[in-house]
Write a protein that binds this ligand. Structure first.
Ligand code: GDG
Length: 498
């Protein structure tokens, strides 16, 4: 670990969590491991080329760490106290914004202390960023925990070019308008030059909220932000669907040891004809309960048999101190226990349930072992798991059952698209997936692979950064229409495209 040579960076990424985890060894010595997320992979080359820094929280309370360099990336830690974690992070981010932005699947809680701490912590991230950004630097702020940072940065550093990307959905105005601080959040975001969303519909919801709550004029993908006694400033708000590091998944899947492990997994399950898989953070947005209900009913009705089909459900632990997540875990585990109790045999379990995280290798082996992947989210910004499954299936096999409420469904049209609230429809899709002839499976998987190979996370980040560059030069065409794939038009309210 080396100290930074200077604190003056031309490209700064800001996210709630740093892309590195602090590990304390048995002798109390500190080291850092890189978290393997797609965002880091995508931004690493840009970071190296542009003298980049990453501002974020190291994941533990009250740990003061001086900036340092990790594998070519300058790391600038922001300190969060236990109070900040409870109020800014678990409270306002995960118990107000998260449920509100996901169609109020769970009721959002509104607490003024949480909001006050959200403002305070956002200011801390903005200050840390302003302190390390070079004159005229490009700053890219990530996600819903930091929506006030763009305007805070603009106030202190008008020389910066500022991008923001929202990884989760942006809700329809009728839902967004519940938020007591709805105008402040919009003003915070509008401090950016480019605001990116996962889906065209999210960008549309945002533009509509701007029209309802401000006097700024909007046209297509641009918003003219008017300020007293100043020329208006153009903000671009449009979709940039995120993706994965496609190649690295395919490369892993092609390794003989991973394929061997996939075989072992199937044998360990009693070699059923069909292995179905679900991989999710244990979150109420992911529709795990709906999936289990459909599977349980199919077993009860004899349309599937436990001898033939096993469902492997990986539910990685998440937000375990937030009450709604504790309750969800109890519900899911009760349901799994019931299904296994009712239908399991001495040799075959109906649901193989795992409440822990796995290394990437094991995830890819699971993807290869699974004949069917079930993604039944009730609302999901993108859903990377769906794309990872497709990227791993270099054998052009496997069936994806995919909720239409995921961002991924805009691109992966050859999946079996489902409305997870429609349990009968979901059951039919599961049976169709289990019985799908090889030729159909191959044709569908090939088409989806083409899409995911072409649009990887590298392409996502370069599209975003190129748009930010156009914005910086004032060369973005304000007549750029929102792209409307034919199949999508019916879902789009025409009002916000004009
Ligand atoms: C948010 C948005 C959007 C999960 N369990 C394990 C594991 N994972 C990995 C998956 C995947 C990632 O975590 C989950 O990504 P998702 O996209 O499915 O969902 P969120 O965590 O909710 O992510 C979402 C995303 O941001 C990006 O913009 O797509 O809509 O909600 O990569 O593989 N990885 C390993 N072990 C596990 O047990 N190694």
């Amino acid at each position: 670990m080396a100290s930074p040579t200077h604190a003056d960076y031309d490209f700064v990424v800001v996210s709630n969590r740093l892309p590195v985890d602090r590990v304390i060894g048995p002798d109390g010595d500190e080291s850092w491991t890189r978290s393997p997320g797609g965002l880091v992979t995508a931004l690493e080359p840009v970071m190296r080329e542009a003298d980049g820094a990453w501002v974020g929280w190291a994941g533990q309370a009250d740990v003061v760490i001086e900036p340092f360099e990790n594998d070519g990336i300058h790391i600038v830690p922001v300190v969060l106290s236990d109070y900040d974690i409870q109020n800014y992070y678990e409270g306002f981010s995960n118990d107000t914004l998260w449920p509100l932005y996901h169609d109020v699947i769970a009721p959002p809680s509104y607490h003024r202390e949480w909001w006050e701490n959200y403002v305070l912590v956002n200011q801390r991230f903005a200050d840390a960023t302003a302190a390390v950004a070079a004159q005229n630097a490009v700053v890219w702020v990530q996600d819903y925990q930091l929506q006030l940072v763009p305007q805070m940065l603009r106030d202190s550093r008008p020389d910066l070019t500022i991008g923001f990307f929202n990884h989760i959905p942006f809700p329809p105005y009728e839902i967004y308008s519940q938020l007591p601080w709805r105008s402040q959040i919009l003003d915070g975001l509008l401090g950016a030059d480019v605001i990116g969303f996962q889906r065209i519909a999210d960008a549309g919801n945002f533009s509509r909220a701007v029209r309802r709550l401000t006097n700024h004029a909007t046209k297509h993908t641009s918003i003219e932000v008017a300020a007293a006694h100043q020329r208006s400033r153009r903000v671009i708000a449009r979709s940039f669907p995120i993706s994965i590091d496609t190649k690295s998944f395919e490369e892993l899947a092609r390794e003989p040891r991973i394929q061997e492990r996939a075989k072992e997994i199937r044998e360990g399950l009693g070699s059923p004809k069909t292995v179905m898989l679900g991989v999710d953070r244990l979150d109420y947005t992911k529709g795990i309960g709906h999936r289990l209900k459909a599977f349980g009913e199919l077993l009860a009705e004899g349309r599937l048999s436990v001898e033939d089909v096993t469902l492997v459900q990986v539910a990685s632990p998440s937000r375990e101190r937030v009450a709604a997540y504790m309750q969800l875990r109890d519900e899911i585990e009760l349901t799994v226990g019931r299904i296994n109790g009712d239908f399991g045999t001495m040799s075959h379990q109906a649901v193989s349930y795992h409440h822990h995280g796995y290394p990437r290798d094991e995830m890819v082996a699971l993807y290869l072992a699974a004949d069917v992947l079930l993604v039944t989210a009730l609302r999901d910004g993108m859903n990377l798991v769906a794309k990872e499954y497709v990227a791993s299936r270099f054998d052009d096999d496997g069936v994806l059952v995919l909720s239409e409420f995921t961002g991924a469904s805009d691109e992966l049209k050859r999946a079996l698209l489902v409305n997870p609230h429609d349990i009968e429809g979901l059951k039919d899709a599961i049976v169709q997936a289990v019985e799908m002839p090889q030729r159909d499976r191959t044709a569908r998987m090939r088409a989806m692979r083409k899409r995911v190979l072409e649009n990887d996370v590298q392409r996502w980040s370069s599209n975003f950064l190129e748009t930010l560059e156009l914005a910086r030069k004032g060369r973005y065409d304000r007549n750029e229409p929102m792209e409307l794939p034919d199949e999508l038009e019916w879902t789009v309210d025409r009002r916000w495209t004009t």
